[in-house]
Design a protein around this ligand. Structure first.
Ligand code: NAD
Ligand code: MG
Length: 397
């Protein structure tokens, strides 16, 4: 019997965080949780802490630390608050760190875990988009590893043959198409936040659900794939596959294409990232392809979903462009959820921000110690530019 693996879950109260803890429950695997961290959901964090007995429970919103302490009184679990406390939790040197904070807020903690050489199960795609090369290099130098959790990247990770990387012709990212796959632009113009978060196949946090509806999610994933698998934008394609059964594919130069399949359940890629290169036995939902009958595919419609082309251009521009794009998108998504802009304003707001930040692509993407500061500076400027653009737009509804 091997010793329990030590684990930190960053963003434990979110969709991925909850799936991670549920997988531990379902598989009965031996884990010792060192820390659980959350943004604001103090009630759920306290519940999880009482169940999982971490050494420390961390709430990023410092004003909620008193409430967390009250809820955990007498439990013997240490409590901490604030963004730096989240980074400290990430840097505890756990064997395995689930990086599942949403947005660029996940970058500093994920880098902190990378510096410690922990194995990082990476769900937080925004940290790769903001500072991918630096994050991967930091993990490599510290003797750690970044294993993708995003289902598409987990799929590619599983079917990419390490000895044949130079023989890859294309990475094919599959996409469900989101809730508006068949909607006209006129319908999309009137889409409400409630309609946009209602994803047909996956149950996810609000931000990634909106990204799926605009297909910016696929744009972010293209950048993520480019960094993770050292593949240029022109060799990454997007294919709509509404059933979300094939999670992505690798096409090799000999004409062979390898795909990974599974039900749309994030516990599968989390299990893969936890056990790799082994496989975790757990009562996973299984595919019934005969019952399903058909898998279908279509090309994405660039006119209705311009976000993919915006992301491709940002990736090609390089430097600070992906971080600026990500920040503008975070502001635009928040503004849409607050009903300050319409659904079809999201993509133009992101591309206008990139236009206004003309030259951001020439900023060298820094590596090493300066990477976090560099990415955060670009992030802060893009947020200012995008927020100004939001304030100039007519109020929605
Ligand atoms: P979510 O909104 O459900 O959860 C986010 C978590 O981060 C919560 O625990 C929240 O409390 C915490 N958090 C929010 N802001 C924070 C901050 N400023 N500082 C510290 N913690 C903060 O999001 P999710 O759907 O679980 O997604 C998490 C990440 O995983 C995202 O980057 C998303 O793109 C990625 N991802 C999610 C899915 C999915 O199925 N949900 C699939 C692939 C990738
Ligand atoms: Mg994905």
């Amino acid at each position: 019997m091997t010793a329990a693996r030590t684990v930190v879950v960053l963003g434990s109260t979110g969709s991925i965080g909850v799936s991670t803890l549920d997988l531990f429950d379902q598989s009965g695997c031996e884990v010792e949780i060192l820390a659980l961290t959350a943004g604001r959901n103090v009630e759920k964090l306290a519940q999880q802490a009482l169940r999982w007995r971490p050494r420390v429970a961390v709430i990023e919103q410092e004003s909620l630390l008193g409430e967390l302490r009250e809820r955990l009184t007498g439990s013997g679990i240490a409590c901490a608050g604030g963004a730096l406390a989240v980074q400290d939790a990430a840097a505890m040197g756990a064997d395995w760190v689930m990086s599942a904070i949403v947005g660029a807020a996940g970058l500093a903690p994920t880098l902190a875990a990378a510096r410690m050489g922990s194995v990082i199960a990476l769900a937080n795609k925004e940290s790769l988009v903001c500072a991918g090369p630096a994050l991967l290099e930091t993990a490599r130098l510290a003797g750690g590893k970044v294993i993708p959790v995003d289902s598409e990247h987990s799929a590619i990770f599983q079917v990419l043959q390490p000895d044949c990387i130079t023989r890859v012709a294309r990475l094919i990212l599959t996409a469900s198409g989101g809730p508006f796959r068949t909607w006209s632009r006129e319908q999309m113009a009137l889409a409400t936040p409630e309609q946009a978060v209602a994803h047909p196949n996956w149950s996810m946090g609000a931000k990634i659900s909106i990204d799926s509806a605009t297909m910016m999610n696929k744009g972010l994933e293209m950048i993520e794939a480019s960094y993770l698998f050292s593949t240029p934008a022109e060799r990454i394609d997007v294919l709509i596959h509404p059933q979300s059964v094939i999670h992505s594919m690798v096409e090799y130069e000999d004409g062979s294409t390898l795909a990974q399949l599974g039900p749309p359940d994030m516990r599968s890629p989390i299990a893969c990232a936890f056990a790799w290169p082994d496989r975790l036995p757990w009562p996973a939902p299984k595919l019934d392809l005969a019952a399903m009958g058909q898998l279908t595919f279509e090309a994405p419609d660039a006119a209705r979903f311009p976000a993919i082309a915006i992301a491709r251009a940002a990736l090609n521009a390089g430097g600070g462009a992906p971080a600026a794009m990500n920040a503008a998108n975070e502001i635009a998504v928040a503004a849409f959820l607050d009903r300050k802009i319409g659904f079809l304003d999201i993509a133009p707001l992101v591309s206008d921000t990139l236009d206004r930040m003309n030259g951001v692509g020439d900023l060298a993407a820094s590596v090493g110690d300066g990477a976090l500061e560099g990415a955060m500076m670009v992030d802060a400027s893009a947020r200012r530019v995008a927020a100004e653009a939001v304030s100039q737009r007519p109020v929605f509804h």
